[in-house]
Design a protein around this ligand. Structure first.
Ligand SMILES: NC(=[NH2+])NCCC[C@H](N)C(=O)O
Length: 292
C-alpha cells in the first residue's frame, strides 16, 4: 500500500498531557510527500480550555478535548469512507476513531498494536487518568461511554508487539483474553515467535491495521516520545517486524503516534520504518540504501 484513500493528521495531545505531541502530527505530515488526500482534524474549541476536565466527575484528564477530537475525526471518516487510511498523531487516543472506522469497513480487520504500552486501562484502572493509556480497551468496547466507538474490535483480532510496560490491571486483561504479546527482546532474539504467531493468528491476506506508537523504539534510538520506556526496539528489528507482517496481512491502515519533535532527535532515523510501511518520505529516493 503506497496510496492511502485518506491521510488523517490529528494534533490531539490532550490524551497524553504532553502538548508537544500536537506538533508531532504536523511534523510527520511535513516529512511525507505532499498529498491531496490529507485532512487535518482541528476542532474549534473557541474560548474553552482544551486541558480542562469539562466533563463533570470524569476520571479522564481533558475528557472534553479528547472526545471532541474523536468526534471530529469520526465525522471526517464517515463522510469520506476511506478503505485505506494513514493516521498521523497525535497521542494514541486518536486510534479509537481510526481503528473503529477500519473495522467497520473491513469486518475481519486484525490489529497489531506496536507499542511500549498496552493501552488497556479503563478510566477506573488507569494510574494516570490519561486517555492515551486507554485506547485499545476502549476499542474493545470497554471504557467511558462517551469514547467507546460504535464499531468495536474483538480482543481475538489483536496482538501486541514490543510491549514492555503493563499496569497490573492490563496484565490481568491480557491473561484473561489470552492476548498475544511479544516483547522487544523476543522480537530481536527469537524471530520465530512472530512467525508462529502470524501463522496461528493472522489469516493469509487478512486486512491488517498497524498501530505504531514510536515509544516502542528504544529511547536511545528514538527519544522523541511522551512516555519513553527503556528496553525498546532498534530500527532494524522494527523494520523486520513490519516486513514480516506485510508478507502475511494486507496492510490497509497505519497509525503513527506519540511523536514529540521538541525532544532532541534525528528525524531521518525513522525513514526506514516509514519505507517499510509503504509511506513515501518527501524528497527521499525510496531505492536509496536503508540505514538501520
Ligand atoms: N500511549 C501511551 N504512551 N500510553 C502510556 C500509558 C501509561 C500508563 N500505562 C497509563 O495508563 O497511564
Amino acid at each position: 500500500m503506497t496510496d492511502w484513500d485518506l491521510q488523517l493528521v490529528v494534533p490531539l495531545w490532550q490524551g497524553s498531557g504532553e502538548p508537544g505531541i500536537a506538533q508531532g502530527s504536523t511534523r510527520l505530515a511535513e516529512m511525507l510527500s505532499p498529498s491531496t488526500v490529507r485532512h487535518i482534524v482541528e476542532p474549534d474549541f473557541g474560548t474553552r480550555d482544551t486541558h480542562a476536565n469539562n466533563e463533570d466527575n470524569s476520571l479522564i484528564e481533558s475528557h472534553d478535548a479528547v472526545e471532541t477530537h474523536l468526534i471530529a475525526a469520526s465525522n471526517v471518516l464517515r463522510a469520506l469512507m476511506p478503505s485505506s487510511l494513514l493516521t498521523l498523531g497525535g497521542d494514541c487516543t486518536m486510534e479509537v476513531a481510526s481503528v473503529s472506522h477500519m473495522a467497520l469497513i473491513h469486518p475481519d480487520l486484525h490489529v497489531v498494536w506496536i507499542d511500549a504500552h498496552a493501552d488497556l486501562n479503563t478510566p477506573e484502572s488507569s494510574p494516570s487518568g490519561q486517555a492515551h493509556g486507554m485506547p485499545l480497551r476502549t476499542l474493545f468496547g470497554e471504557g467511558h461511554p462517551d469514547l467507546v466507538p460504535s464499531t468495536t474490535l474483538s480482543p481475538q483480532r489483536c496482538a501486541l508487539l514490543g510491549t514492555r510496560s503493563m499496569d497490573p490491571p492490563e496484565q490481568a486483561f491480557i491473561a484473561a483474553h489470552e492476548l498475544p504479546v511479544i516483547n522487544p527482546e523476543q522480537l530481536q532474539n527469537e524471530p520465530d515467535l512472530l512467525e508462529e504467531l502470524l501463522v496461528r493468528w493472522l489469516p493469509d491476506g487478512a486486512p491488517l491495521y498497524v498501530h505504531l506508537d514510536l515509544d516502542v523504539l528504544d529511547p536511545t534510538v528514538w527519544p522523541a516520545v511522551a512516555v519513553p520506556e527503556p528496553g525498546g526496539l532498534g530500527i532494524a528489528t522494527l523494520v523486520a517486524v513490519i516486513n514480516k507482517l506485510r508478507t502475511r496481512g494486507n496492510l490497509v491502515g497505519v497509525g503513527i503516534t506519540e511523536y514529540v519533535p521538541g525532544v532532541d532527535h534525528n528525524p531521518s532515523t525513522l525513514w526506514p520504518v516509514l519505507d517499510a510501511l509503504g509511506i513515501t518520505v518527501q524528497g527521499r529516493n525510496n531505492n536509496a540504501a536503508q540505514e538501520g
